[in-house]
Design a protein around this ligand. Structure first.
Ligand code: ADP
Length: 193
């Protein structure tokens, strides 16, 4: 199995690169942000609760996203691997993911961190907000709040994987294709081991 955590701040390009990775390596894409937006558009109780946090630029409670991931891992028990996108975002989520994967046969193979400068992130997100209509991408103050939350709550996840020797950094500026090639190189090195 090939289990990849695609890591990086909001706007780093995780969603875009995930699409290319899952296609090339035949993996399942598990993006908690997408799952939450699906719940919101279906107006489920969970979605309505989550929206309050998302619109403020805060993280949704750990139990909510852990529950969604657990459900998907069960559903795709025959998968040849997963790309986790936007999850884990706290060390509690990271520890829980390790625990869940123990039951599903294979641990995280590597964590790929996309490195993009702050000004570029803000510009990309504001631009995405205009195109996608995502409410959390439309206000610069919400975007800045998300970047702060990333620094305080999510960055420790990087150390979690560094300690496991699984952390790999990728320069996330350039064309989508250039960045994808950098990612493939790292994945292929890991697969070859
Ligand atoms: P981005 O990476 O651009 O912020 P996402 O689609 O990954 O976009 O996430 C959107 C929002 O959904 C986050 O700001 C957060 O409120 C919530 N969210 C997504 N994944 C998680 C998670 N693993 N833990 C807590 N909240 C999450």
């Amino acid at each position: 199995m090939l289990n990849i955590v695609l890591f990086g701040p909001p706007g780093a390009g995780k969603g875009t690169q995930s699409q290319y990775i899952i296609e090339k390596y035949n993996l399942i894409h598990l993006a908690t942000g997408d799952m939450l937006r699906a719940e919101i558009s279906e107006k489920t109780q969970m979605g309505l609760e989550a929206k309050k946090f998302i619109d403020k630029g805060q993280l949704v409670p750990d139990e909510t996203v852990i529950g969604m991931i657990a459900h998907k891992l069960e559903k795709h028990s025959n998968a040849s691997g997963f790309v986790f996108d936007g999850f884990p975002r706290t060390t509690v989520q990271a520890a829980k993911l390790d625990e869940m994967l123990q039951k599903h046969g294979a641990p995280i193979s590597l964590m790929i961190s996309l490195e993009v400068g702050k000004d570029e992130l803000i510009a990309r997100l504001l631009n995405r907000g205009k195109i996608s209509g995502r409410t959390d991408d439309q206000s610069e103050s919400t975007i800045r709040r998300r970047l702060e939350v990333y620094n305080t709550e999510t960055l420790p996840v990087m150390d979690y994987y560094k300690k496991q020797g699984k952390y790999r950094e990728i320069y996330g500026m350039g064309t989508i294709e250039e960045i994808f090639q950098r990612i493939c190189k790292v994945i292929d090195e890991t697969k070859g081991k």
